[in-house]
Design a protein around this ligand. Structure first.
Ligand SMILES: Cc1cc2nc3c(=O)[nH]c(=O)nc-3n(C[C@H](O)[C@H](O)[C@H](O)COP(=O)(O)OP(=O)(O)OC[C@H]3O[C@@H](n4cnc5c(N)ncnc54)[C@H](O)[C@@H]3O)c2cc1C
Length: 400
């Protein structure tokens, strides 16, 4: 039982990909949940807009992501059923690169560890099945992941917020949290219009996570997004059905990822990294796009996908928040029983966000997490600080 002076069991601050799902999974468990979002669910100012995100199960980044992706797929499907709106779509995905590249070796490691139903493709088979991919290097091979596809971020977040509300959560939108104070036995969450005293707080503010939990090692990067059209606009071979999700190591230094067009979205292609991705303050990010932003991806499209017009038809800015080791930061910093964070998306967390919401709910409720969380535990970075700086977040205040 929570003490009578508490306004709720738990507050979730930031209802983007991770927070909306955390609020839903917590409310489903019967907790009294307050969810607070600075803008509105499905907005275009954070990290979760742009109509689609690549969904993969054979995750090359870490084998432990496989069970997370599978649970996420179940939960996205539930949200799709609840909302009656497309949230997740199975297209399969092809990984392309040399045998030694991380694209191939990482995918293979995940598939082998979990006995996934992948298919290996020779260069010839790649050319036959996916002729849109041109100029394959002589040593390029492929892996087909039949469980992959795309997720729709705005629809997924809106569905999760609606599901949280339907399960009893109280949702505040257009409300910025300006302070989080850890007090004896609880937390005080401050907004311009009120203060909430709760037993626990979940902070899932994406690129803004450091503004409220300042000591986590996170780097928000300005990451432009681009969409393309076939050179021949009537060419159907770049529709999602025939041009499914892919990751391709074009050369040793450059990967591209993307997928074909569908109802309401064009062909999407992005670079894995670009020297123009620069660290930003999410409150002052330059949202204007210029040709400098698409130069690298245009060059890679010209080389790898010459059936596309290399000048994008649509662009926008987004933010990736990098963790030093490329893995998320999910858990209780300093093992504090009042605080849970979810962040450090490192450019690949949307697909997992519904499963991350479930993990956050499990942490909050003291359940056994369905995935071993050691590789995403924020304390892997904080332990050194405990020794060196002896810093503990007794009082956290917004720097915004
Ligand atoms: C260009 C690009 C391509 C990507 N491609 C893929 C992909 O193909 N597949 C994939 O899985 N992932 C991909 N990602 C990564 C994925 O989109 C992110 O991992 C995910 O969206 C991060 O979710 P989040 O919940 O951490 O942040 P967000 O969804 O941005 O949520 C944070 C929320 O907190 C709110 N907030 C901030 N401060 C406050 C405050 N003080 N008070 C209240 N609310 C606050 C914000 O308004 C926001 O709604 C991509 C990212 C980018 C940028």
């Amino acid at each position: 039982m929570r003490p009578r002076e508490f306004d709720a069991d738990i507050a979730v601050v930031g209802l983007g990909a991770m927070g909306a799902n955390a609020a839903w999974r917590l409310a489903e468990r019967g907790l009294n949940v307050i969810g607070i979002e600075r803008f509105h669910p499905g907005h275009v100012l954070g990290s979760s807009h742009g109509k689609t995100r690549v969904f993969r199960v054979a995750c090359l980044e870490h084998p432990n992501l496989v069970p997370l992706a599978r649970r996420s797929r179940e939960l996205w499907t539930t949200l799709q059923d609840l909302s009656g709106t497309p949230v997740i779509r199975n297209t399969g995905a092809v990984m392309i690169g040399p045998e030694s590249s991380e694209v191939i070796s990482g995918t293979l490691a995940a598939a082998t560890a979990h006995d996934l139903p992948i298919t290996r493709l020779t260069r010839n088979e790649l050319q036959q099945r996916f002729p849109q991919h041109q100029n394959l290097a002589p040593d390029h091979v492929g892996i087909w992941d039949p469980e992959a596809g795309v997720v729709h971020p705005e629809a997924g977040i809106s569905a999760a917020v609606d599901a949280a509300r339907a399960a009893g959560a109280t949702i505040y939108t257009d409300t910025k949290v300006t302070g989080i104070e850890l007090i004896d036995g609880g937390v005080v969450v401050t907004t311009p219009t009120g203060r909430f005293t709760v037993a626990q707080v979940v902070v899932t503010t994406g690129a803004w996570l450091n503004k409220l939990v300042p000591n986590l090692p996170l780097t928000p990067l300005r990451t432009p997004m681009m969409w393309f059209e076939p050179a021949d606009k009537n060419d159907p071979s770049f529709r999602l059905e025939s041009f499914p999700t892919f990751i391709r190591a074009v050369d040793a230094d450059n990967w591209i990822w993307g997928h074909g067009s569908g109802d309401g979205f064009a062909v999407k292609v992005g670079p894995d990294r670009d020297p123009n991705f620069r660290e930003v303050d999410p409150d002052t990010i330059d949202r204007g796009i210029s040709p400098v932003d698409w130069r690298l991806v245009s060059e890679l499209v010209s080389k790898a996908l010459p059936g596309l017009n290399p000048v994008p038809v649509l662009t926008t800015t987004c933010m990736v928040t990098h963790s030093p080791d490329g893995h998320f930061q999910i858990g209780r910093p300093y093992d504090d029983p009042r605080l849970i964070v979810g962040g450090g998306c490192s450019g690949h967390a949307f697909k997992h966000a519904s499963g991350i919401g479930e993990l956050i709910a499990q942490i909050a409720c003291g359940e056994e997490p369905f995935v071993d969380l050691a590789f995403v535990d924020p304390n892997r970075f904080l332990r050194g600080q405990d020794r060196g700086l002896a810093y503990r977040p007794r009082y956290i205040e917004s720097r915004a």
